[in-house]
Design a protein around this ligand. Sequence first.
Ligand SMILES: [Mg+2]
Length: 295
Amino acid sequence: MTPRTLTKYTVLTMRTGLLIDMDGVIYRGSQLIPGAAEFIQTLRRERIPFIFLTNNSQRTRRDVCMKLQRMGIDVEERHIFTCAMATARFLAKLKPSGTAYVIGEGGLLQALHLNGYSIVDHEPDFVVVGEGRTITLDSLELAVNMILGGAKLIATNLDPNCPTKGGTRPGAGATVAYLETVTGRKAFSVGKPSPIMMRAARKELHLATSQTVMIGDTMETDILGAVQLGFRSVLTLTGSTRREDLGKYAFGPDVIVESIAELCDIGRFIDRDLPKANQDDDTVTNMADWVAANA
Ligand SMILES: [Mg+2]
């Protein structure tokens, strides 16, 4: 089949790609969820495009990749997309070669550097907030005065907390709320469910909207983000959401599964259990490029 013989619609039905959340879907803390490694193996064998989407800005792409490999998940750096990467790319477009004061760790610092940003400790263009263990009252006070002095407040994500082995770790959302309360300024957030990150992840895989499926465990981020973008979504019940919680939400996933293990026969799942896609939101501007990237 040559590009000339394809119509927009035959091309768009050719494949489905997956955006996959990690914590609560693939693992819980340091514990691999049964079936996760087999699931990823199947995706690679069947050549189904996928990318892991994380709202944790602490680690670099390589660090996340290593963590997954050590757990027995066969992935490469290209399979990882973090909110730190999404934030840095967004800022580089908004203000190329800008400056940032960072409350966060290596993953965020490295992503900003890679995207042409300089890290400064006075008069930054942006105060950028991620998670990490290095926050001090001094750094918060510094950030407050920068924001009041005109720096824009950017959140890598607004997750309020993150479950850990020992209990609960405060998330970037808590730090952002602190800065918003003190300054009266509102942060702009780039991580899930922001369309900025959801769309960037889809584009990493060269997928159209109708080909994109989000798999996640959290309604407020994974599923809400998918609903807003017109992606189909699958909720796994191995993480933060219980089946009885679903009644609290005015939106919902397309499919609910107990665990990722139920998706190991991915071909059958896509054909039989996943609702058919709606192509209303798809745009194909250059068919030859699209086929080169996807066929
Ligand atoms: Mg999760």
